[in-house]
Design a protein. Sequence first.
Length: 197
Amino acid sequence: MSQKDEIGFEHKGIGSVLAHNRLAVPINQREYSWEDEHVDELFSDFADAIDNHKGTYFLGTIVLTRGEGEVPEVSDGQQRLATSSILLAAIRDHFVRKGDMVRGRSIENDYLITTDLETTAIVPKLKMNVDDNEFFTKYVAASPDSPDRKIQPTAESHPSNTSRGSKGSGSCCRNPKALQRKRVCSKQQASRVGAFH
C-alpha cells in the first residue's frame, strides 16, 4: 500500500483541525443545507457541554481525503465544519462589535482565514463548494468591517442580511443576541472558544 493509499485516524478537536489546516469541500459536493433546527441542536449540545464543564465534546467524525491539490478535501463532515466556522465567525463578530479586537482578530486568524503563501491572497481556512464558496468567504470569513460583507445571496443556502429562520441559512449564527439566547455566546462562554481545540 502506497502512502497515498494509507488510511489514518487522528483524534483532534475541530479548533485544532481548522487552526492547523486549510480544508476544501469538493467542488461538486452538495451545498450547505443545515436548517436552523440542526444548528439549534448543535449549539444546544455545545452549550450543555460548556455548562457541564466537559473538557471535550464529540462532534462526530470528519473524513478528509487527498484531492487533486495540496489541500485535503472534506468527504464527510462539511455541515458540521461549516456550522462551527459560522459560529466562530459570529463569536469573532461579537468581540469586534464590543471593541475587543484582540480576541476577535485572534479567532479570525486562528480559525477562519489564512494567507496563501504562494499568492499572498487572504483565503478562508475552509473552502466551500462551487455554489457556496464566494458567499462563505465574503459573508462569513471576511472581517466584520469588510465591504465584502455586503454580498447578495445567490443560492438557497445563503441567508440574506435580514433573513430569520430561512432554510439552510444558519441565520441564528449571524445574530449575537440569538447566540446569547441559545447560551452559546455569552462573553464568558465565548471567551472559552479555546474549548474547540
